[in-house]
Design a protein around this ligand. Structure first.
Ligand SMILES: [Zn+2]
Length: 625
């Protein structure tokens, strides 16, 4: 589908959330996700007070009305009373604050003099306190993508929500490990005019975050929300796009959805359908009709339905690949009534529902001419809620695209999640005083900004890194540490190979307790010729078993202290002596044969290249004799 984005009036902005690899924002717990068994489980029901709900926030009300129970899983050693909301929050994490300031300066944003912590009301249970804390840090700024500048509206620091583990209609189980992990939130102006620009801009923002060396990595650590509209459509927020490579496809499909909804609107106008036509239809019980049906999921269950005035043909209209207007209605039913979905007249007969049953439903629902109908399966109370949601959505279709928040599905389609949150959700955090920032603090941070990607490429190449290592390092979280190591004069290639290859290998073997400090000391030992680079990996492995010991103690324990040249030569001569028959018969060809023996004898005490050199010299001398 080749679109003329300008003609359609495509407009999009991004809101990116990046988890930071620092401590938690308002307590001093580590930001680690846990996959083992939780130590403590706490059950709660959130009860927001009336004054808070009096602000007409539709999104908040809808979550509250579901009346769910919330279960929280916590860990003794990585959670505290603050995540459970039993103690007031502590001051914002210094590391996280510094990172967001760096991002602000890099993006040419205007940093505020004071940061006020605000509470954003959330009552889906994902936050034990009933609100999310957020701190606006800077406003304005810009990013550059191909051929244009994209404005930045705000950059904020906020706390991540608890991690949903399981959802049932009655309860949601959350894990508190994610709650409180700092997030940078960067919102752009709606300056993006094509899906390709959306993708490029998202990548640019990701790069900006990663340059700080403090961005967490892995699926779910960066979440992009896309705000999209077309001229005849409405603003829709797609939440939680995790796969950056697909973000342009989400944008294209949202356009397709809005264009199709506009077509449905026009057709409804042509058919002279009005809101009151839907109100006139009756909610009817259809259980009897399906008592002997071949349809497995309807048979013997309570079934209800409603006539949809002149909607024949429109319910089956495709909005996104494999998603019809009927699927859209089902999304509302799922969200608002907690039922699995609906059946509608445009998709029947199917699933074992017969022509005769369809005729009976039409009759019972008073369908005439081009009327359609929808069927739901559930108890009367839920079915009524579901039918109300269907009617409400059909009425909205008369005016086109409704403003709303949609969830990103894995296949690049989206599904209704809730109304767009209103602006009236912020309250000042009374437990924390505002953070003041002095000009000199800011200017000292400004002097220590991360290098640009180009700057890194240049610096690393100058230090002799191969292209593979340059690419691996330039946006790695090790980049800043690596640059400090370079300044200390360690060998760049050795350092890169330890950080990018060896540590990964050790983590795969389950060794994850090697700190930067340990790596630095090991590399300094190599630089000062105390150990050979061939055994750096073994050395770190050994140290990881007793990280409390000093590097020298590990070195002594391994008896791998480097030998000087004369000792090296002595050992090699001894190896030659032991194999003199081979040497005498093969001459210089014995070098390869003896190399293995010599390496075994000297492992870690000398570099392979030095061993080979002396071995050649000594065999050469012997051959001349
Ligand atoms: Zn904590």
């Amino acid at each position: 589908m080749e679109e003329n984005w300008e003609k359609i009036g495509f407009k999009a902005g991004l809101e990116c959330h990046q988890q930071l690899d620092t401590g938690k924002l308002f307590c001093r717990c580590p930001s680690v996700l846990r996959e083992d068994k939780p130590d403590l489980i706490v059950k709660r029901k959130l009860r927001p007070v009336a004054s808070e709900l009096g602000e007409f926030d539709k999104a908040a009300l809808e979550a509250f009305e579901k009346g769910q129970e919330y279960v929280y899983e916590t860990f003794k050693d990585t959670n505290c009373e603050i995540e459970l909301d039993d103690e007031p929050p502590q001051k914002a994490d210094k590391d996280a604050l510094e990172t967001v300031l760096k991002v602000s300066i890099m993006a040419k944003a205007n940093v505020l003099d004071q940061f006020f912590v605000m509470r954003k009301l959330v009552i889906d249970g994902s936050n034990t306190s009933g609100f999310q804390r957020t701190m606006l840090v800077s406003i304005g700024g810009e990013l550059e993508i191909t051929g244009k500048k994209v404005g930045i509206l705000t950059i904020a620091l906020e706390e991540d929500a608890a991690r949903p583990m399981e959802r049932t209609p009655e309860k949601v189980i959350y894990r508190l490990d994610r709650l409180g992990i700092p997030l940078i939130e960067l919102a752009t102006a709606p300056d993006l005019k094509t899906p390709e620009e959306v993708k490029e801009c998202a990548a640019k923002i990701g790069e900006l975050f990663r340059r700080t060396c403090k961005a967490k990595r892995g699926l779910g650590t960066i979440r992009q929300d896309v705000n999209i509209s077309i001229r005849e459509g409405a603003r829709v927020e797609i939440k939680g796009v995790q796969d950056l490579a697909m973000i342009d496809e989400y944008a294209r499909r949202e356009v397709q959805r809005q264009v199709s909804l506009v077509e449905i609107r026009d057709e409804m106008k042509k058919r002279k359908i009005e809101a009151k036509d839907f109100d006139e239809a009756e909610f009817v019980e259809l259980t009897q009709i399906f008592s002997e049906t071949e349809c497995k999921f309807l048979k013997g269950k309570p079934i209800f339905g409603i006539r949809l005035h002149k909607m024949q043909g429109l319910l089956g209209k495709e909005l996104q690949p494999n998603r019809r207007f009927g699927t859209e209605l089902a999304g509302y039913v799922k969200s608002k009534a907690g039922l699995r979905g609906i059946l509608h007249s445009d998709e029947l007969p199917a699933y074992g529902v017969s022509e005769r049953e369809i005729e009976n439903v039409k009759h019972k629902c008073n369908c005439v001419m081009n009327d359609g109908f929808a069927i739901v399966q559930g108890n009367k109370e839920k079915a009524k809620k579901a039918v109300d949601a269907i009617v409400e959505r059909c009425k909205q279709a008369i005016s086109g695209v409704p403003e709303e928040t949609r969830n990103a599905l894995e296949d690049a389609n989206t599904e209704y999640s809730r109304p767009l949150p209103g602006a009236a959700r912020m309250y000042p955090e009374t437990d924390l005083t505002p953070v003041s920032l002095e000009a000199k603090e800011l200017s000292s941070i400004g002097k220590n900004l991360p290098l640009t990607v180009k700057g890194r490429e240049k610096l690393y190449a100058k230090n002799g890194l191969s292209g593979k290592f340059v690419d691996g390092m330039k946006l790695s979280n090790y980049a800043c540490f690596f640059e400090r190591l370079l300044a200390k004069g360690v060998n760049a290639t050795t350092a890169a190979s330890v950080l990018l290859d060896n540590l990964t290998q050790l983590r795969r073997e389950g060794i994850a307790n090697i700190s930067n400090e340990m790596v630095e000391q090991a590399l300094m030992l190599e630089k000062n010729k105390k150990i050979s680079k061939d055994i750096l990996l073994d050395f770190l492995k050994e140290w990881s078993k007793k990280p409390e010991l000093e590097a020298e103690d590990i070195l002594a324990g391994m008896s791998i202290e480097r030998v000087d040249d004369s000792a090296l030569r002595k050992t090699i001569i001894a190896v030659i002596e032991k194999n003199k028959d081979t040497v005498d018969s093969k001459g210089m060809h014995a070098v390869d044969a003896l190399m293995g023996d010599a390496m075994k004898e000297l492992k870690g005490k000398a570099d392979g290249s030095a061993i080979s050199k002396i071995l050649k010299e000594e065999i050469g001398k012997r051959a001349k004799k």
